[in-house]
Design a protein around this ligand. Sequence first.
Ligand code: SRM
Ligand code: SF4
Length: 589
Amino acid sequence: MTTSDPRAKLPDAPLADNERLKDHSDYLHGTIAADLKDGLTGGFNGDNFQLIRFHGMYEQDDRDIRAERVEQKLEPLKNVMLRCRLPGGIISPKQWLGIDEFATEHTMYGSIRLTTRQTFQFHGVLKNDVKPMHQWLHQLGLDSIATAGDVNRNVLCTSNPIESALHREAYDWAKKLSEHLLPKTTAYADIWLDGEKVFSTEFTQPETQEATDKVEPVLGKTYLPRKFKTTVVIPPLNDVDLHANDLNFIAIGDNGKLVGFNVLVGGGLSMEHGNHKTFPNTAYDFGFIGLGDVLKCAEAVVTTQRDWGDRTNRKAAKTRYTLQRVGVDVFKHEVEQRMGVAFQPSKPYEFTERGDRIGWVQGEDKKWHLTLFIENGRLLDYPGKPLKTGVREIAKIHQGDFRLTANQNLIVAGVSARNKAKIEKIAREHGLINDDTTEQRKNSMACVAFPTCPLAMAESERFLPGFIDQIDAILAKNSVQDENIILRITGCPNGCGRAMLAEIGMVGKAIGRYNLYVGGNRAGTRIPRLFKENISADEILVLIGDWVAAWAHGREKGEAFGDFAIRTGIVKPVVNAAVDFWDESKVPA
Ligand code: SRM
Ligand code: SF4
């Protein structure tokens, strides 16, 4: 479906090469199956390099040894990173044992990496193990469809079941949304599972537009212009960081029963250093819808973005740029037309926090939930701290489920009073509970970056733990060691660690150098502003030292650091990122 609205007209420019690639891919099949047999390279050839992303994988190589391999005239050590699809982050103990075994036996690094989008990644899978890996996941009831590429990604849902009686209903919606928006092509089954069905959709080779609509009724033959992200969130906890996402459903309850959702569209965090046409953005409020309209609404937003998104320039292709180009009201009106319902005024709600509640909490059904803090989400056995083994030992006796959080942590959920002490003992023995972990460490986050991420400009995951030691010392010196500042680092401006929603955000510029942003808020509804460009960690520590001293002594009662930074004029707030992110003189007086 296309529109006749003249405001949705695309720039007069050739389509980006990814559009050709999708168009020629035969609904994401490409020549991946044949490529698997090519033993001359550890990587994927031609378009397949990109196409495997739609199947949840990225080709990578270990950057720590890249130069050494080149010197030895060897191909970089190519391998695959896989990202699982796990709507709402829920995984059973049996499935956990299966993924643990795969990571241990069949990956170069042996780790399970919990991500900022409630799922896990395997790093370092060699080409020969790629097909067996998908079959392994399939027999566990898992898949990696559409966790990357120009599609709707893993759907997030507020993690902790204690937070509200609405959780089960909200989680069901996250699952339904994920399935409704999945690609319907059988490419995944054909390539990885020898045609075994993953979903019930029938696939026939389409010859007409009508047939195309039947194969991919929502996404279409060339899928979306760019990646697309969706959340379901239960106030007051914005643990999924909804403003990083294109489409958000905020659960509205009445007497503990879900009655509908407020819908927010057009969030996203990535940008490019110095490119003023790119900007991070908080999502726009479209209004309230009842439960009967949820799937229709999701489909209408996705298809509007599918048809109106800029396919000529991938840097302008995400939903927020479409909204900027056509106007929020025009986009919203089109969504209403497509779903056949008008949005009602939004219902009141409030977000107060984003962090996970580390430790035990008891749910309304009397079951216990233990949130384990996993530094940077990296589960591996470290000397004296066998974290991965610890989770495996818990999985062997746990009768509830596990929930991955969007803050890279892990919840052992649904524990009976009888099993509580046993699980806590295992967690403590394996270093999964550490009473010395500071509040600052729990509220800090880093993206993966080196050595696996090809886009990393600076260290992030490997840098953060030592940096937090120094921030902790600053907090202690100012007698605020029991408090914290939401601090996040990303190795480049793509923003995977969500620094663009932190109170203090560091964005990699070059090895050892970062751009420093300040002034996000606790609820995750304000984007921080650039304070200084291209500075070293030592320079940043001096600045943070001065700011913490001022905050500790001059803050108002309960005032968080980000709000203090705005009130005292360290930076001006970002009010409307599309207008004033790059130019603070445009902030209204
Ligand atoms: Fe991300 C690309 C890791 C969450 C914005 N991201 C990548 C790649 C795949 C690099 C690449 O394209 O080759 C990174 C792989 C590193 C590695 O070795 O594992 C990568 N992103 C991650 C993860 C693992 C970071 C983490 O530490 O947990 C997160 C996996 C999420 C998941 O499970 O699906 C991750 N990425 C995010 C987020 C945060 C979020 O969604 O809440 C963002 C910012 C939000 C947004 O989309 O605006 C994010 N990643 C990007 C972008 C910029 C996209 C854009 O709009 O321009 C890229 C690059 C791209 O797509 O071109 C990227
Ligand atoms: Fe890689 Fe950049 Fe994402 Fe970090 S923010 S994981 S460096 S793409």
